[in-house]
Design a protein around this ligand. Sequence first.
Ligand code: NAD
Ligand code: MG
Length: 381
Amino acid sequence: MKHISILGSTGSIGTQALEIVRGHRNELIVEAISGNNNIELLLQQISEFSPKLVCVYKEENAKRLSELVSADPCIKDKPEIVSGMEGLIKVAVYPGSDIVLTAIVGMIGIRPTVEAIHAGKDIALANKETLVCAGHIIMSEAARCAVNIYPVDSEHSAIFQSLQGNPRRSLDKIILTASGGPFRGRKREELEKVTLADALKHPNWSMGQKVTIDSSTLANKGLEVIEARWLFNVRPEKIQVVIQPQSIIHSAVQYDDGAIIAQLGTPDMKLPIQYAFFYPERPFLAGDRVDFFKLGSITFEKPDTETFKALALAYEAIETGGSMPCVFNAANERAVADFVAGKISYLGIADFIEKTIRSHKMVKDPGLDEIIRIGEDIMAG
Ligand code: NAD
Ligand code: MG
């Protein structure tokens, strides 16, 4: 039996995790959840999964949810309802939980993730922004506190799966695959008029808004290079990004003898989420299977880092190290929010990242407070 806390239960990853729980009621128990704006969905999740603790980040929404829960005769065991950063941390360290799924979006996840590690919880990590900003702290604290970090990002789960049963000392490189997003093959001048609706049309995956926009700019792949650097302790030059537009090969590793081991499957986040919950078991998961005859071919391309310069900037940030990956992430978070709000153009996202990392003076080995301050300064701009 596993007891779970979910940070971000109302999002794309959070709701798919709850679908997994639905299929494994005797093995998975949801102890604590968190959301932000979608009160109706939180109310539904409370009725269905009976968590004992619920955090609604915005205080006014937490009050509204409390009223709805009190007035609902069908909710017999009323959960404790909390709010703010303090509330997120309570969900992360909930004493009854063994594992915390970090399915919140953005670097707001840094503190709750570190607190969860300190409380001895295993982490099912979807929230890549947190690892990008504070990878040096998270990985060393996880080792110190003897907690496991199970990757949920599909590429990193594929890498993790491909590492099973092989000696780590023989790992030569990581092959990180990317779909290329909706604008694959286009040049910079063809992207000047891209709208929010265009950027949200991912060819293969249905995901939350931010990660979908990040996938279109390849900033997501840049974040994933940095995420892989920390999760698997490999040098950035040992991480090769390969465009694989059908999203069937979810990533691969190559060993010293030349063998490439990969994980393939249909694009479905439920597999990596379930693998993180049940590792090393592989229970049945309903869904489409890859049929090679129907698929016909799998193709490969080099990423165009001149058009999609966010990917090149991410390599630059991780090579520089220190506070620079956090600056890359914060600049991207800020730029995506500004693009969504109609304040900057689509190409303005990567331009803003470039301008911000060029003007930042790298801080070596920054502590947690410093990382958070640097991130918040860029967000506040
Ligand atoms: P989403 O936008 O669908 O959901 C985000 C969740 O976080 C929601 O529950 C929301 O309420 C909560 N949240 C957002 N801002 C918050 C705030 N300021 N305070 C408190 N809670 C807040 O996002 P998602 O697509 O599920 O992605 C979650 C994380 O997983 C991201 O880091 C993303 O990069 C990563 N990821 C997602 C996918 C995917 O398929 N969706 C795949 C790989 C990795
Ligand atoms: Mg991914």
